[in-house]
Design a binder for this molecule. Structure first.
Ligand code: NHR
Ligand code: GAR
Length: 214
């Protein structure tokens, strides 16, 4: 069994999707929120999952908050830490402690639109496709190795909330998939630090592509 700790800040619908997926070999060891009023805590508690709150407002610095958060995570012996709508930027020390086992879902097709308000910015930019990205967390915000992405068309009459809802539906599909791959030990990294999924058919399988040289 691999122990997973999920960090939330609010609604927790991605956390719910991961819990409801019932991933074989995975045990949700705890759900931790930095906000005492996060809606997702009630869902987790109702499922019998241990919950905890580490309130960032109770700490004098990001370093102090992250140290308390890490201590709480480690109490539950996490092998994978999943950020699911977690809204605090994490310090380099925290990220390094969980290197290669800290995942995030970001509501855009990275590397487009890192940071906040992604749906509004996608509409402002006039992109025709938008989406979501699961990536490993590295110290540079929203820049870590990409695990899986889902593409969503931007429609002519979209507003921020309609677009967000369509992206969210895809998040609920790809995040459990990414966690399943991790739990199954299928995620590795190539020489450039990009994610390599083992047990995957080679790209272009089925048709022979001649080498382009000379
Ligand atoms: N930390 C690091 N080091 N690297 C990443 O890639 C991270 C991270 C922490 C969170 C999630 C993220 C996203 O998917 C994430 C990725 C919060 C902010 C932010 O600016 C930005 C990105 C993400 C999460 N937060 C404000 C802050 O001051 C607070 C905003 C609020 O509380 O509403 O931390 O987009
Ligand atoms: C999701 O859309 C997630 O991608 C996004 O917040 C929402 C959380 O929903 N994350 C970020 O914006 C991180 N900065 P949820 O709490 O229902 O999972």
């Amino acid at each position: 069994m691999k122990s997973i700790v999920i960090l939330i800040s609010g609604r927790g619908s991605n956390m719910e999707a991961i819990v409801n997926a019932g991933i074989p070999g995975a045990r949700i060891a705890a759900v931790i929120s930095n906000r005492p009023d996060a809606k997702g805590l009630a869902f987790a508690a109702a499922r019998g999952i241990p919950t905890a709150v580490v309130d960032h407002k109770a700490f004098p610095s990001r370093e102090a908050f992250d140290a308390a958060l890490a201590e709480t995570i480690d109490t539950h012996g996490a092998e994978l830490v999943v950020l699911a709508g977690f809204m605090r930027v994490l310090t380099d020390d925290f990220v390094r402690r969980y290197e290669g086992r800290l995942m995030n879902i970001h509501p855009s097709l990275l590397p487009s639109f890192p940071g906040l308000h992604t749906h509004r910015r996608a509409l402002e930019a006039g992109v025709r496709v938008h989406g979501a990205t699961v990536h490993f967390v590295t110290p540079t915000l929203d820049c870590g190795p990409i695990v899986i992405q889902a593409v969503v068309p931007v429609l002519a009459d979209d507003d921020e909330s309609r677009l967000a809802a369509r992206v969210l539906a895809q998040e609920h599909r790809i995040y459990p998939q990414a966690v399943r791959w991790f739990v199954d030990g299928r995620i590795g990294f190539d020489a450039h630090g990009r994610v390599r999924l083992s047990g995957e058919a080679a790209a272009g399988g089925g048709c022979t592509v001649p080498a382009l040289d000379g």
